[in-house]
Design a protein around this ligand. Structure first.
Ligand SMILES: O=P(O)(O)OC[C@@H](O)[C@@H](O)c1c[nH]c2ccccc12
Length: 261
């Protein structure tokens, strides 16, 4: 094992990964631990998202570190940072800036199709990476999952259908599974995708519902489907106050009580 467990200032379980020669040591925060906080019924991954291929530019100029800090102050459990430049106007610099600002798990959100992107994510301090089942065959996905683990990072394995999930499960069982409510080809977004796919998620896996989540009603719906966490981008970046938006999202019940954390 390359890593050992240490306690951090935030008193959360953090993983300190051993630096490779010439690299600085990085304190890693576990996404799985953050999202299974017993004081929360549903966790929140807040996404730093500047633009999208379907909707265009949401925010022309953002300071990624400041946006993430605001999300953290508002009670987010983890931060997702889009690093894809072409479609999402993101950058790897944004990832580094966010990692430097918050003491929360930081997810590198990108289309990872090459192992070098995993190395890059590790060098830039990512705590977790996104692996999209539609972009990788199951064997390769497993290989990437293990490569990330070796570098002290967790993987969020994203699926959009039961059949995609079943193909992955034939190869291995990921610890964190994301159900993307958005079809990446047509951009059609339906929260009921979470309901359809949830039945095939193995017990013990952390289940995250991603995309198209905009209000307290949506959050209550996902909770009913057994989701452990929600990943929200557009609804937060487009709101005037992330604090208020997060409060509004979680107003349906007392399940995101940040005073308990
Ligand atoms: O902005 P939304 O609708 O809240 O969605 C966030 C996130 O789920 C979305 O950005 C996303 C989910 N999977 C992806 C894969 C690649 C790029 C982006 C994504």
């Amino acid at each position: 094992m390359l890593s050992k467990i240490v306690k951090t200032k935030a008193d959360e379980l953090a993983v300190f990964s051993m630096p490779k020669k010439g690299e600085e040591s990085i304190v890693h925060y576990s996404l799985k631990t953050a999202l299974t906080n017993p004081n929360h019924k549903l966790g929140l991954i807040a996404e730093v998202k500047q633009a999208s291929p379907s909707k265009g530019v949401f925010a022309r100029r953002i300071v990624a570190g400041d946006v993430a800090e605001a999300y953290a102050c508002a009670g987010a459990d983890a931060i997702s940072v889009l690093t894809d430049r072409t479609y999402f106007h993101g950058s790897i610099e944004n990832l580094k800036a966010v990692k430097a600002k918050v003491q929360l798990p930081v997810l590198r959100k990108d289309f990872i199709i090459d192992k070098r992107q995993i190395e890059e994510a590790a060098r830039c301090g990512a705590d977790a990476i996104l692996l999209i089942a539609a972009a990788l065959d199951p064997m390769e996905l497993h290989e990437f999952y293990l490569a990330a683990e070796e570098r002290g990072m967790e993987s969020l394995v994203e699926v959009h259908s039961v059949s995609e999930l079943e193909s992955v499960l034939q190869e291995f069982t990921p610890e964190i599974i994301g159900i993307n409510n958005r079809n990446l080809r047509t951009f059609e977004t339906r929260l009921s995708v979470t309901k359809e796919v949830a039945v095939a998620v193995p017990k013990g896996a952390v289940m995250i519902s991603e995309s198209g989540i905009r209000n307290a009603q949506d959050i209550c719906y996902l909770l009913k489907q057994g989701a452990h966490a929600a990943l929200v981008g557009e609804a937060l970046i487009c709101s005037d106050s992330p604090e208020e938006k997060i409060r509004e999202l979680f107003s349906g019940s007392a399940f995101h009580d940040t005073s308990l954390t």
